[in-house]
Write a protein that binds this ligand. Structure first.
Ligand code: GTP
Ligand code: MG
Length: 218
């Protein structure tokens, strides 16, 4: 069953924001990318599998200290036939959530290829978090947490196991990716993207708007 083509799932009005980060979720089909995004953005989960067609996105605004950060989160189709379309969106992405399914060895074996796709199609400064999804399915597990951690270390990525279904580590993954992008940007690694600003310190994100100063440093 097909879900959508290239369209926005949810649009926010063109509100003002201080920084915008483009984040892509990639990985084999059925690992749970769409579910992960829906859990984060809408706090919903569906058991039915509606494979994504092409690419889709959601927008979420988070706050860090006095900064409004607009996250443009792109949910890519894992199916091979959409690879040309989806890799065209890698450019300009500051962060990637590279996902596999802990109950599906093939999806784990494909991680190296996905990492190569990132290297080939995105900026050098793009930050990557490896996520082993469906950790609620312990009895079906075929990829140990240690294997995931070792591969992440080898690739220079951070690592989480998560469950979109049980809402395990969904928010922490997004918090962390924003955090490491902010650190990179403050080191000057965001020069290539005019939509990204520097000087932020790493702190925890909240969904509650702070009282904003009239003139932000961004
Ligand atoms: P493509 O769009 O084809 O690339 O797949 P996808 O990676 O977006 O997968 P999707 O989110 O559509 O999920 C595939 C199936 O896995 C669905 O039936 C989901 O309900 C299920 N699923 C997703 N996340 C979890 C999870 O954390 N635990 C369990 N048990 N099932 C999950
Ligand atoms: Mg999908």
């Amino acid at each position: 069953m097909a879900q959508t083509g290239v369209r926005a799932v949810k649009r926010e009005p063109e509100a003002t924001f201080d920084c915008m980060f483009k984040i892509l979720i990639i990985g084999n089909s059925s690992v749970g990318k769409t579910s992960f995004l829906f859990r984060y953005a809408d706090d919903t989960f569906s058991h039915s599998f509606v494979s994504t067609v092409g690419i889709d996105f959601k927008v979420k605004t988070v706050y860090r200290e006095a900064k409004r950060i607009k996250l443009q989160i792109w949910d890519t189709a894992g199916q091979e036939r959409y690879r040309t379309i989806t890799t065209a969106y890698y450019r300009g992405a500051m962060g990637f959530i590279l996902m596999y399914d802990i109950t599906n060895e093939e999806s784990f074996n494909a991680v190296q290829d996905w990492a190569t796709q990132i290297k080939t199609h995105s900026w050098d400064n793009a930050q990557v978090i490896l996520v082993g999804n469906k950790c609620d399915q312990e009895t079906e597990r075929v990829v140990t947490a240690q294997k995931g951690k070792s591969l992440a270390e080898q690739l220079g990525f951070e690592f989480f196991e998560a469950s979109a279904k049980e809402n395990v580590n969904v928010r922490p993954v997004f918090d962390r990716i924003v955090d490491i992008i902010m650190v990179k940007v403050s080191e000057g690694g965001g020069d290539t993207d005019p939509s990204i600003t520097s000087g932020a310190k790493a702190t925890r994100l909240t969904d509650t708007p702070p009282v904003l100063p009239k003139h932000c440093a961004c």
